[in-house]
Design a protein around this ligand. Structure first.
Ligand SMILES: [Zn+2]
Length: 140
């Protein structure tokens, strides 16, 4: 399984995570997905309601706002950073992210992507593409 994402978006997610330090950064990934791949078209940089280095949450109001703008697209995944840990889903992540297909995580060892398949955490290949994604910064 692949997650197709634009090169400029990967760079921006890294910068956004640096800005959020020491707290975790969060973003919502919008695009299209099927059983073979996900394609990220729009990235919403959203505030981490927890303002914590160890956890994150997104306000329901912001999720509702994004949902209203979806059109033909879907929310296909969620990004968050681990400022002090490796890019692997924590037990809390697994509990909270099951509703999202792709989990993109930036950790101290780089960016990795995972999905949950029949209760197991499976790594997804990140395919960086030379195209552009729309980036939306959602303020509180
Ligand atoms: Zn996490």
């Amino acid at each position: 399984m692949d997650l197709r994402i634009c090169r400029d978006a990967v760079k921006l997610l890294k910068e956004y995570s640096d800005e959020a330090m020491p707290n975790e950064a969060v973003a919502i990934l919008v695009g299209r997905a099927n059983d073979l791949y996900g394609q990220v078209d729009v990235i919403y940089l959203v505030p981490n309601e927890d303002r914590s280095p160890l956890s994150f949450s997104v306000s329901p109001e912001i999720l509702a706002l994004i949902t209203r703008e979806l059109g033909e697209r879907d929310i296909i995944g969620i990004f968050h950073s681990h400022p002090f840990w490796k890019a692997y889903p924590s037990s809390a992540d697994i509990e909270h992210m099951w509703g999202y297909r792709f989990w993109l995580i930036l950790g101290t060892d780089g960016m990795r992507c995972f999905t949950l398949l029949k209760g197991n955490v499976i790594e997804v290949n990140i395919k960086v593409e030379d195209r552009s994604c729309d980036l939306v910064r959602v303020k509180k």
